[in-house]
Design a protein around this ligand. Structure first.
Ligand SMILES: Cc1ncc(C[n+]2csc(CCOP(=O)(O)OP(=O)(O)O)c2C)c(N)n1
Ligand SMILES: [Mg+2]
Length: 798
């Protein structure tokens, strides 16, 4: 009796299996068509640049099968098939991105801001609040720097470990099902040459996190073959020492061929299950991958690939091989497949057409409106502009901007109500395009940092403690209050950081929340980025400001662009803590603030002068949903401060300078450790009856949002900007803000001045420091000379 049932079941299973395989094949074929057609769209001028996932289709089908709801992807520009297979992108979305359609519904990855192939899912709702993650597939948003996806990937995987191992986090079911989620990384073979790849693989092995790293190995990185990229031309062979063995758990290595559907499905199933259940990182080396159209639309691969290689790529094309396999195993006939391919091609052409029409529709509307305004203007330039707009094929917004501007210039001497109407239309056009192309540099949610209210510190008595005890009390309160808060970095765990700001915290809150990391600044920050994207509140510590440079790349490329490049679709409210400005020597007393603030627009940069201000900023940032860097003063931990009674609640608002001393002759603007040196100089100046007003900017980004500094200039009519950065660094930035943005030049009676460190790094020793950085004597002389020039009879030459 059981036999026929089994046979039926087999037949049913076969039918289901066939259906699944055919549906996979169809999707792979559609994806291939999207690549082929996409390239044509670029070459015919409808899109500017194209980079496609052809050759990588079949492996991505297998990866998608193992991808579950709640999981995350952190990948790169070849992953279109995976995005289609998981439904995170449609083919129409794909073309919308190719055309740079700025509508977020049409192009959910980046609202037209990123070039094609830069994927990402919407993690936030329209108000910037987290959407649930466990009920859907998730992809972090791609960036172009090769291996730039790696640091973030580590954090996405680490979050699962944190959610699993800390029972207090089990309540956050929108973010994790007790840590059951896997973070999937993808990377090209050549990009594994980057340091960040190796750093993250090692860190993943140390941390033992559920991370599945796929390498799409097509043996090239643009034109450069594997022999110049990878020792022995084999990344999995190189990584074999990472494999779990008798020495301990590591990163388990799998291999599969990029054209072998059955093998890929099997390997992905096994590897992902292994990673998910054991929380073990794995790497899947997908070999024998091709690039049918070469690297991108920028050039052809015939220039650098041999005839043999090109022939091999044709023979081992994954779609061709999958088709052959389906025929050989009687899954489908040639006729069935031909039909399916035709359907797929039609479908893609249709999607392309719809995407193009949807992209053009608002443009056409804007052009029609613009023409209406132009037609109202009685001037030859307007008729000319209309003609140009009408004859330009697929005119874009740039054409509108140029046309209107041209007419406004030509009619500048002929005011009319029609010209005013055109000008108003132009002004609205600028506003609309600001929204399209420049919104969301920062969070625009209700929780943005500038929305968090100030709570002043309250003091019970005048008792003084070491500065480090103030930040320690603040961190203790934060860890106590919110299980999502965690801190990590070099020496942060056992000893509670090199300056004891976390002393005893690991003992109190456990290793899962306060932990030591390896010496790997880039991935410490990456750990924070990914964890913050999954709803946690990490404080990632970089031991000294001088070593932040290792992480500035990822801060700049990933953190600072995240809100912007997704038009508010993703955020990473990570706090980076470090200390700088002053200790000893070339690599322990740097203050490269100009470099930093210019690299991380999109983040906040706080420069608290003491530990109380720092604590107030941490308290504020922990309530906000934005990423920030806090640079504490290295020489401030043992200086005495009062401990606020409301250490857990008080906040220091961002972008609000504080006047530390009032004065009438000169306004001095500075921050951080330098303020104490300035105060020394001010005492000397006071002896000669020069009264200085000292302002601490407190945060460089944002900078004096209420324009308080210019109010001081109105009184003193003179201004000096002082810090320990190189000349023309952050002092130049502060000067631009005050003189240009705040209109401070209107109130000046003498040339503005910047006083900075020497252009070199600070030399070692007390004298090295004295002659490298602005000292009280330098500051005195510079300001005295300013006063001499202003009033030579009262202040004779120095
Ligand atoms: C840091 C950085 N350097 C250089 C580039 C330019 N670039 C873009 S893709 C690429 C080659 C990447 O090759 P591979 O990792 O093998 O990926 P594939 O394109 O072959 O899939 C290069 C050099 C870049 N985007 N980022
Ligand atoms: Mg490659």
């Amino acid at each position: 009796m059981s036999k026929p049932i089994a046979k039926d079941k087999m037949t049913m299973d076969f039918e289901a299996f066939k259906k699944e395989v055919l549906s996979d094949y169809k999707l792979a074929y559609e994806s291939r068509q999207a690549s082929l057609i996409g390239r044509k769209e670029v070459l015919t001028g409808k899109a500017k640049f194209g980079i496609f996932g052809d050759g990588k289709e079949v492996a991505q089908l297998a990866m998608a099968k193992a991808f579950q709801k709640g999981d995350f992807r952190s990948g790169y520009y070849r992953d279109q098939t995976f995005m289609f297979a998981t439904g995170m992108n449609s083919i129409q979305n794909f073309f919308a991105q190719l055309y740079a359609h700025t509508d977020v519904e049409a192009e959910p990855n980046s609202a037209g801001r990123s070039m094609n192939g830069h994927f990402g899912s919407r993690l936030l709702d329209d108000n910037g609040q987290w959407l649930p993650q466990t009920d859907r597939y998730n992809s972090s948003s791609d960036i172009s720097p090769t291996a730039g996806q790696m640091p973030r990937l580590l954090g996405l995987a680490l979050a699962s470990k944190l959610y699993k191992q800390n029972p207090e986090l089990h309540q956050y079911t929108d973010f994790s099902n007790q840590g059951n989620e896997v973070a999937f990384g993808t990377i090209g073979n050549a990009s594994t040459s980057e340091g960040g790849f190796w750093e993250v693989m090692n860190a993943a092995g140390v941390l033992q996190v559920p991370m599945v790293m796929s390498v799409w190995d097509d043996a090239y990185g643009i034109s450069v073959p594997a022999k110049y990229q990878t020792t022995k031309e084999n990344i999995s062979a190189l990584l074999s020492g990472f494999h779990t063995d008798e020495l301990g758990p590591g990163v388990d290595i799998y291999k599969a061929k990029g054209w072998d559907y059955a093998e890929l499905c099997q390997v992905y199933k096994e590897a992902v299950e292994h990673s998910r259940t054991l929380h073990r990182p794995v790497l899947i080396h997908v070999t024998e991958v091709t690039q049918p159209q070469g690297h991108s639309t920028s050039g052809s691969h015939e220039r650098y690939k041999s005839k043999e290689r090109l022939q091999w790529e044709q023979d081992f094309d994954c779609i061709k091989k999958m088709r052959e396999w389906m025929q050989e195993t009687n899954i489908a006939t040639a006729q069935e497949l031909d039909e399916l391919e035709k359907e797929a091609t039609d479908y893609v052409n249709q999607a392309k057409k719809q995407a193009w029409e949807a992209y053009l529709a608002p443009l056409k509307k804007d052009i029609a409106t613009c023409i209406q305004y132009l037609n109202d203007i009685d001037h030859p330039s307007a008729a000319e502009a209309v003609k140009t707009l009408q004859s330009t094929k697929d005119a874009i917004r740039k054409d509108i901007g140029m046309a209107i501007n041209q007419v406004l210039i030509a009619t500048i001497q002929q005011p009319s109500s029609e010209r005013t109407a055109l000008k108003q239309f132009y002004e609205q056009f600028i506003v609309d395009n600001f929204e399209r192309y420049s919104s969301h540099l920062h969070s625009e949610s209700a929780h943005r940092a500038l929305n968090i209210t100030e709570v002043k510190p309250i003091y019970a008595d005048d008792k003084l403690v070491d500065g480090r005890e103030v930040v320690l009390a603040c961190f203790d309160a934060a860890l106590e209050r919110d299980p999502r808060v965690l801190a990590f970095g070099e020496d942060v765990g056992t000893i509670g950081d090199v300056n004891q700001g976390f002393a005893g915290m690991q003992e109190k809150y456990g290793e899962i929340r306060v932990s030591d990391t390896g010496i790997r600044e880039l991935s410490i920050i990456g750990q924070g980025i990914g964890a913050a994207m999954r709803g946690l509140r990490p404080i990632a510590e970089i031991q000294y400001l001088d070593y932040l440079l290792y992480a500035v790349q990822i801060m700049s490329d990933d953190i600072a662009t995240m809100q912007y490049r997704t038009k508010g679709g993703q955020k990473t409210p990570l706090i980076i803590r470090t200390r700088g400005h002053r200790l000893e020597g070339i690599w322990h007393s740097g203050s490269p603030m100009g470099m930093i603030i210019n690299a991380v627009r999109g983040m906040h940069v706080c420069v608290p002068r003491n530990m109380t201000q720092a604590a107030g900023m941490y308290n504020l940032l922990l309530q906000a949903d934005e990423p920030a860097l806090v640079v504490e003063c290295l020489n401030g931990y043992r200086l005495k401060e009062r401990l606020p009674q409301n250490i857990a609640e008080f906040t220091v608002p961002l972008g609000v300078p504080e006047t530390l001393q009032e004065g009438s002759d000169v306004t001095i603007v500075g921050y951080g450790s330098t303020l104490r040196i300035i105060q020394d100089a001010m005492q000397k100046l006071q002896q000669l009856d020069i009264s200085c007003e000292l302002i601490d900017v407190q945060t460089l980004l944002p900078f004096d949002v209420n324009h308080l500094i210019v109010e001081s200039l109105k009184k003193t009519n003179k201004v000096v900007f002082i810090d320990e950065d190189v000349p023309g660094g952050a002092t130049a930035y502060m000067m631009q803000q005050v003189l240009e943005i705040q209109g401070g030049y209107n109130y000046l009676d003498s040339a503005p001045l910047t006083i900075a460190a020497k252009a070199h790094r600070p030399a070692y020793g007390t004298d090295g420091d004295y002659f490298s950085k602005p000292n009280a004597e330098d500051i005195f002389i510079a300001i005295y000379n300013m006063m001499h020039q202003y009033h030579p009879s009262k202040f004779p030459a120095w």
